[in-house]
Design a protein. Structure first.
Length: 110
């Protein structure tokens, strides 16, 4: 993904003015920590996810499948005729599950 440079939303002067105008004490009963205590703020935000760009944030937030607690399938390699493999692959996503289903039907018929 290409990097995109964005102009800052606020200028340094605007940020400085906002900091000067900010209250010295915050009273927020819905805040999960005391925003007036630096240690409480540091503890609350210690594990915060930070990012410098949207693509970086998307990468950090992308869900990754973890290891299965108890594997239900076993990876293996088998040899099949090319036309058989092509036919299953032509059915689209999930073709391996369909191969498993056909094998299970055969096994149950024995």
């Amino acid at each position: 993904m290409a990097s995109v440079d964005h102009k800052p939303v606020f200028s340094p002067a605007q940020i400085a003015a906002a900091l000067v105008a900010a209250p010295h004490r915050v009273d927020d009963p819905e805040c999960p920590y005391d925003p007036n205590t630096p240690d409480a703020v540091a503890i609350h935000w210690a594990n915060a996810m930070t990012s410098q760009s949207l693509p970086e944030l998307q990468e950090k937030l992308a869900r990754r499948r973890g290891a299965q607690k108890q594997p239900t399938k076993i990876p293996t390699t088998i040899r099949v005729d090319a036309d058989i493999l092509a036919a299953f692959k032509a059915t689209g996503k999930g073709w391996q599950t369909r191969v498993n289903h056909v094998l299970r039907e055969w096994l149950n018929a024995q």
